[in-house]
Design a protein. Structure first.
Lengths: 171, 280
């Protein structure tokens, strides 16, 4: 009985790993950068992590976890409250609808899928925030964020693969 | 009978669960939309929730930044060693100029004091300041802000001006128990009353999440030149007057752009100014 209880806790903890690490990565990018790091390079880590886990572990990474990550990002950032949740829900909706085209496919196809999803998500966020402020934000900045986000995807994919291998192996 | 009722209840419950699952995304979209509506109306609920969230997330980011700080200090140490000789020579030159300036300032101070007495002029209140450390920063397309540790500091209030040795960088927006959020002057929410130092024309410095800040509400006929210094005007009594903000870098039609003096993207320590205009 006790073993079963322990196993259940272990499985639950393993299932929480994607959320835990996603939040950790998001918060890491709030660390003030120092002279040797360009401050302008600020990818949307939440998009990378959520897309990765939705494609690779949709069985454990459901909408409550997606919402939890979005909520943390929303309150950590200074953009209008709700805008990050809105954008991430768009990402969730698109990713789940293209899931069958990108799951279990070579990395290039998965990456192309991410480029498409990230672009739509950032454009939606740009529109939502622009409507909120009744003023269009500079699209060039959004495009730069998009470029840095897609450039960071392979790096964080590798990190997430390691997380999957080392922390969720028995799952 | 009892079993039948239980089964019926279970069926109803699982139906509700299935329906909720099906419509979860729609419900959450509505939730996000409601959140934005509440945030737009600037209710105290959102402000308080944000400051609580800042107090919760601040220590985590602060802890996460320890290795980064160590790397940064090592990097700074090595690079400063390399530049020591050059800097020493530069500082000696600067020191000569400063000595001359000090004598001039002394003379001007005395003259100013005498003239002030003569005109019976009431001096504006002196601003006090405290130094705080930046623990988190966010500079992207959607927002430009930093979080500072203000736990040991009393009298931190929303609206207070924040600056570095070079000039204004922003103002306090949310005050938590230990951490406060600062909106940078480049943020879309930032509006600062300023004047052009050369011709004393007033305007408002408005951020739009880009690196260069916009100068708005200046008269159309105003003569604004590239290189003009922009300083705080002290209008509304929130900010002390005369603090440098930036310089004009472009003067297009309805698009006057200012480059902030302070390097707002790489700040470690900042000064928070406590200033009350109606104190005297």
């Amino acid at each position: 009985m006790k073993d079963l209880w322990n196993d259940n806790i272990k499985i639950h903890l393993q299932h929480m790993m994607p959320v835990f690490f996603s939040i950790l990565f998001i918060l890491m990018f709030f660390i003030p950068s120092y002279p040797f790091v360009a401050e302008s390079i600020r990818p949307c880590i939440s998009l990378i992590c959520i897309y990765f886990w939705l494609i690779n572990r949709p069985d454990i990474f459901g909408i409550p976890y997606v919402f939890m990550i979005a909520l943390v990002e929303d309150f950590a950032s200074s953009s209008p409250v709700g805008s990050d949740i809105f954008a991430i829900l768009v990402l969730y909706a698109i990713t789940t609808s293209i899931y069958k085209f990108v799951s279990n496919k070579p990395f290039n196809i998965v990456w192309c899928g991410f480029i498409f999803v990230a672009f739509i998500t950032l454009v939606v966020k740009w529109l939502v925030v622009s409507i909120y402020y009744s003023q269009f934000l500079a699209f060039s900045n959004v495009f730069f964020t998009f470029l840095s986000t897609i450039a960071f995807y392979p790096i964080f994919s590798i990190i997430n693969v390691y997380i999957h291998v080392y922390f969720m192996q028995e799952d | 009978m009892k079993l039948k009722r239980r089964r019926l209840l279970f069926l109803n419950f699982s139906k509700i669960r299935q329906l909720t699952k099906k419509f979860a995304i729609i419900i959450l979209f509505i939730f996000a939309f409601v959140f934005m509506l509440i945030s737009k109306t600037d209710t105290i609920v959102i402000e308080k929730t944000s400051s609580v969230a800042g107090d919760l997330l601040g220590p985590i980011i602060d802890t996460l930044s320890i290795p980064a700080k160590f790397i940064a200090s090592s990097y700074n140490y090595v690079s400063s060693l390399r530049k020591t000789y050059e800097e020493n020579a530069k500082l000696k030159e600067e020191n000569k100029v400063l000595h001359e300036l000090r004598n001039q300032i002394r003379a001007l101070e005395i003259e100013n004091r005498l003239l002030t007495q003569l005109l019976n002029y009431i001096q504006p209140p002196q601003a006090k300041f405290v130094t705080v450390r930046i623990v988190a920063s966010e500079n992207d397309a959607f927002s430009n802000s930093v979080i500072a540790y203000t736990g040991d500091v009393e009298n931190i209030k929303s609206g207070q001006i924040v600056l570095t040795q070079d000039g204004v960088i922003g103002r306090i927006e949310e005050v938590g128990k230990n951490y406060s959020k600062i909106y940078l002057i480049t943020d879309i929410n930032s509006k600062i009353p300023v004047i052009i130092e050369r011709n004393r024309v007033r305007g408002i410095l408005a951020g739009d999440n880009t690196d260069l800040v916009k100068l708005v509400f200046t008269p159309i006929s105003t003569d604004i030149r590239v290189g003009d210094r922009i300083i705080t005007s002290g209008v509304a009594g929130v900010f002390p007057p005369g603090i440098p903000v930036g310089k004009v870098v472009s003067t297009g039609k309805n698009n006057i752009r200012i480059k902030p003096y302070a390097n707002i993207k790489n700040v470690e320590y900042v000064k928070v100014i406590e200033y009350v205009a109606d104190e005297n």
